[in-house]
Design a protein around this ligand. Structure first.
Ligand code: FCB
Length: 445
């Protein structure tokens, strides 16, 4: 096991999201989300699977919290299903839905685990999609701010942090430009409009929560990668720069610099966000943050010819994503130079692997190697001056991996979906040791 050097009070966590684990899709007054709808569209999700039952976490959360305590993590990142607490995305709140998250948060606190909440991990109330085309509409940003204020009032004094969005790039791009995710649009201009409204909603939500006196640190979670050209030829280098602008800077620049990157704006041309930007939007989007969450899985590999298969020196995961740990150090040190940043959490990092339960054990050596390499890369970034406050492994449990269904296993805990039995994988035991070793080193300091 490598030795990692992180600051005092480093946060060691695991992460999940509502639609991927909760199940109980039609219980206790939960409204429909765009993912419920999307999963019913033939061909969208592998084997036509859905989050209807998932890990049945809604009924088994106490057992899951016990497992976290057993692993020794000191933080848990989860998301709140908007349609569970406000079924139509506007108007009345659902007390039973709110009560579930109160029980979850109290259960964490009771076990000494810090709750890190995310307000939006892609499960938009279907009513907002049906009535006003979801995030294409500016009004959805205001609905989101109302919902954020409500969560702030209910949970804001008990949670360790609140993130507005998880990976707005996925919602905008995969949901609206490629149609790979809900709501399934394939229209570049819609994607640009959606991205702008997501950013706007983020700023409005932070402002609403602050106005309500929420004391918990507030931030956003972005998926990021460094981008590399396939060769050093100028056209490949330019392709990488453009991909970085579309993927990373498209979100970072508005939040931390008050503008979209010119390079990507030019690429969007007439399909860009210009029609929906109003005076003052960038002031709202740039509302100061207490932390930035970064989800890191792989790098972007770009070439002008479109041939993008990276060399994969460290191999590929079961998602066929290249294992590229050094990209995490590169990304973070670059960001640190480019922007004035608040403290950073790695809010997701992990890999899918072909895990098998044999004689009560899952020997997921590939996952241990993956996590070990990435923690070392993160530790290196911290040594190079990046303010790294914590790390969350994706994921606590095997779960519903969106368009890939249940085929792809990301968990440190194995889930047998027939019986809902949970089994700690070798990686979970390894992670416990890493956390304990860090605590011992800190105590000895
Ligand atoms: C991220 C998502 C998360 C999970 C991982 C594998 O993009 O935030 O829900 O699907 O990828």
């Amino acid at each position: 096991m490598s030795t990692f050097r992180f600051k005092e009070d480093f946060v060691w966590g695991v992460a999940t999201s509502s639609y991927q684990i909760e199940g109980a899709a039609r219980e206790d007054g939960r409204g429909e989300s765009i993912w419920d709808t999307f999963c019913r569209v033939p061909g969208k999700v592998v084997k036509g699977e859905s989050g209807d039952v998932a890990c049945d976490h809604y009924h088994r959360f106490e057992e899951d919290l016990d497992l976290m305590a057993q692993m020794g993590v000191n933080a848990y990142r989860f998301s709140i299903a908007w349609p569970r607490v406000q079924p139509d995305g506007r108007g009345a709140y659902n007390e039973k839905g709110l009560a579930f998250y109160e029980r979850l948060v109290d259960g964490l606190l009771k076990r000494g685990i810090q709750p890190f909440a995310t307000l939006y991990h892609w499960d938009l109330p279907q009513a907002l999609q049906t009535e006003q085309s979801g995030w294409e509409s500016r009004d959805t940003a205001y609905r989101f701010a109302d919902y954020a204020g409500k969560i702030g009032r209910v949970l804001g004094d008990r949670v360790a942090s609140i993130a507005t969005h998880n990976e707005p790039w996925c919602t905008a791009w995969l949901g609206n430009a490629t149609g790979y995710f809900a709501p399934g649009n394939a229209d570049l201009k819609k994607a640009a409009h959606v991205a702008h409204h997501l950013l706007l909603s983020h700023g409005l939500a932070v402002q609403a929560m602050r106005a309500d006196g929420v004391k918990a640190p507030l931030g956003i979670v972005l998926n990021q990668s460094p981008a590399h050209g396939a060769t050093e030829a100028p056209e490949d280098v330019a392709a990488a720069s453009l991909e970085y602008a579309k993927f990373v800077r498209w979100y970072m620049d508005p939040i931390f610099k008050g503008e979209y990157p010119a390079e990507a704006l030019q690429w969007y041309g007439a399909n860009g966000p210009q029609e929906v930007i109003r005076d003052g939007d960038f002031d709202i989007i740039g509302t100061p943050l207490d932390f930035l969450g970064i989800n890191y899985y792989t790098r972007i590999f770009a070439s002008a010819s479109g041939d993008k298969r990276p060399p994969g020196v460290h191999g590929f995961t079961d998602m066929d994503w290249e294992v590229y740990p050094e990209g995490l150090t590169e990304l973070l040190t670059n960001l640190n130079g480019e922007y004035k940043l608040p403290p950073i959490y790695i809010t997701e990092n992990g890999c899918a692997a072909k895990d098998a339960l044999e004689n009560g054990r899952v020997q997921d050596t590939d996952r241990i190697n993956f996590l070990d390499l990435h923690l070392a890369a993160l530790s290196e970034a911290a040594q190079q001056g990046v303010d790294v406050a914590g790390y969350f492994a994706w994921s606590m449990l095997d779960n519903f991996e969106w368009a890939s269904g249940y085929d792809k296993r990301f968990g440190m805990v194995y889930v047998d979906y027939e019986t809902q039995k949970r089994t700690l994988k070798d990686s979970a035991h390894w992670y416990s040791e890493v956390i304990a070793e860090h605590a011992a080193a800190e105590a000895a300091r």
